[in-house]
Design a protein around this ligand. Structure first.
Ligand SMILES: Cc1cc2nc3c(=O)[nH]c(=O)nc-3n(C[C@H](O)[C@H](O)[C@H](O)COP(=O)(O)O)c2cc1C
Length: 527
């Protein structure tokens, strides 16, 4: 069985490379709702309301705001024209929809599709009855799917607990973005899933992530069909001990709405993406757990590099020690985060140092630090272009020494093919680009489905940490999911077999002409 799965990721990536067509229309992303469910609004720290406190439900509310709308934003056609350089009467605005006219959340998401859902298995508290709930982000409200204590089900799913606990269950809707991104959307959605996981773990609540779930048990608890919506993570956190409880009601949740476009996306999805998804969530068929697939940092071969530019060895002598990383308030940063549509120059070595350290897991909660130690956590490489205190060059970040080692082959210029989009090309020259790189013992296309999934999930974690850190240091950033891997690998001087997974452009904030934005939350001590 393992042998027949070995090529699943490779076949999928080949399909992504071959899938160059542009979609003619995007199906707008629809939020999932349970219209028949009892609804429980959570307190909203919006303009004029009382700030959230330290009560159980307020803490939950603060955590879930990590996926809630934080600002309403729209861009005028004139503004769009100014930002992109496209003429006013261009068809661009409709092509960009729905990205430009949506409620903006704490987390970024490829194309603003936000292909994830959050469920809550609540042990009960004085202010919220025990039960399984679905989170409705636009209304910041819980929908009750099954009343009663989920404790016994959580014991089966997560192992028997010594103390009462609640759990958030995070799911991925893999076909929500298919109409826009085709085969690539599947990979993008896993990165988005990692972004959400990182966001949930920035919460000050003492939370423990669990990634090795039995998908069948999780699906049973939530009443999900894993083909359309799969549970990829649970986050446990402590509950009050003395709340009386009744057993969880039997039967599934009320019927859900909002999945019609996902079904169409599934029908149109590339068979290799569907095969990869099935192989990932078919727990018992994958003989190889997502684990030891990264060489120790110093064992990387660097066959593409000229001898004087090796990332370890001679070049280490020219390594750049970075300023010490400062503590960052990632929670507060989440409320202010936005993807930049324009970047300015003036980024400093101190900001880059803070961002790199945070993305490498050195500055987050204990749960985030633990994730960053996972074997498939990506390396961070960096292309500095206009950074005060860092010579323009390509670098590999060495987190343990907090230093940059130059790696760029001498005289290498940017390949325009690496940045085909006009806005991207303009933005990359303004600061630095961080690349999350897989440099494991096996290339990405030879990973098992479970490892492929874990790798992209962890890339999403690192991407979001870098983005939050950028906000916290006063920098601006934008993730760019699409990249020309070969051009980037050559520019960075990556060793054979290593590949860039995703990237974050970082610079200083610059005006965004024509953008109208209103913040929706305030007075939240948890961000
Ligand atoms: C994994 C990922 C990939 C992204 N790729 C791109 C991209 O290729 N081009 C782009 O302009 N924005 C990209 N974005 C940014 C999203 O478009 C942006 O997050 C979304 O429109 C929501 O806006 P906000 O981040 O300001 O809330 C990406 C974001 C993520 C998380």
């Amino acid at each position: 069985m393992a042998a027949s799965r070995a090529g699943v990721a490779g076949r999928y990536l080949a399909a992504v490379r071959a899938d160059t067509g542009q979609p003619t229309a995007y199906l707008p992303p629809c939020g999932k709702r349970y219209p028949g469910a009892a609804r429980r609004p959570l307190r909203w720290p919006g303009p004029g309301s009382v700030p959230l406190g330290d009560g159980c439900l307020d803490r939950l509310s603060a955590m879930l705001l990590g996926y809630a709308p934080r600002r309403a934003e729209t861009i005028t056609l004139a503004g769009l024209s100014a930002l992109t350089g496209a003429p006013l009467d261009t068809p661009t605005p409709s092509r960009l929809l729905p990205g430009w006219h949506t409620l903006r959340r704490s987390v970024p998401s490829g194309g603003a599709f936000h292909p994830n859902e959050i469920y809550l298995a609540w042990a009960g508290s004085p202010d919220l009855a025990a039960g399984v709930y679905h989170y409705d982000p636009p209304h910041h409200c819980l929908e009750l799917l099954r009343p009663g204590s989920p404790a016994a089900r959580l014991d089966r799913l997560l192992g028997v607990a010594a103390a009462p606990r609640h759990a958030l269950l995070l799911t991925h809707r893999p076909w929500k973005n298919t109409s826009k991104y085709g085969a690539f959307g599947y990979r993008l959605g896993i990165v988005d899933s990692g972004v959400l996981l990182a966001q949930m773990l920035t919460s000050p609540v003492d939370a423990t992530p669990r990634l090795d779930l039995d998908p069948a048990l999780a699906g049973e608890l939530l009443g999900l069909d894993a083909e359309l919506e799969a549970t990829y993570a649970a986050i446990e956190f402590p509950a009050h001990a003395d709340v009386p409880w009744t057993p969880l009601a039997s039967g599934g949740p009320p019927p859900a709405t909002g999945l019609d476009h996902d079904r169409l996306g599934h029908d149109a999805a590339h068979p290799s993406a569907v095969a990869l998804h099935r192989a990932t969530y078919d727990r018992y068929a994958d003989a190889e757990p997502p684990s030891a697939d990264r060489l120790p940092a110093d064992c990387l071969s660097a066959r593409r590099l000229p001898a004087d530019r090796l990332p370890v060895g001679p070049a280490a002598g020219r390594a750049l020690d970075l300023p010490p990383a400062r503590p960052l308030d990632l929670v507060a940063a989440a409320a202010r985060r936005a993807s930049a549509a324009n970047l300015g120059p003036g980024l400093t070595a101190g900001q880059v140092a803070d961002i790199l350290a945070c993305a490498a897991g050195r500055a987050g909660s204990p749960a985030l630090v633990a994730l960053a130690r996972q074997p498939l956590y990506p390396e961070i490489w960096c292309l500095a272009r206009t950074v005060d205190g860092i010579p323009a060059d390509a670098y590999r970040y060495r987190p343990h020494r907090h230093r940059l080692v130059p790696t760029g082959p001498p005289g290498t210029a940017d390949d325009a093919a690496a940045y085909p989009h006009r806005v991207d090309r303009r933005m990359v020259t303004r600061g630095a680009t961080l690349y999350l790189v897989h440099a494991g013992s096996r290339p990405v296309d030879q990973l098992s489905p479970a490892s492929f999934h874990r790798l992209h999930l962890l890339a999403g974690v690192a991407l979001h940490l870098a983005g939050l850190a950028a906000t916290a240091t006063g920098a601006a950033s934008r993730a760019l999911g699409g990249l020309t891997a070969d051009a980037v690998a050559a520019r960075l001087g990556l060793p054979d077999g290593a590949s860039p997974l995703t990237q974050l452009l970082v610079g200083t904030p610059a005006p965004r002409p024509g953008v109208l934005a209103a913040h929706l939350t305030e007075g939240n001590p948890h961000g």
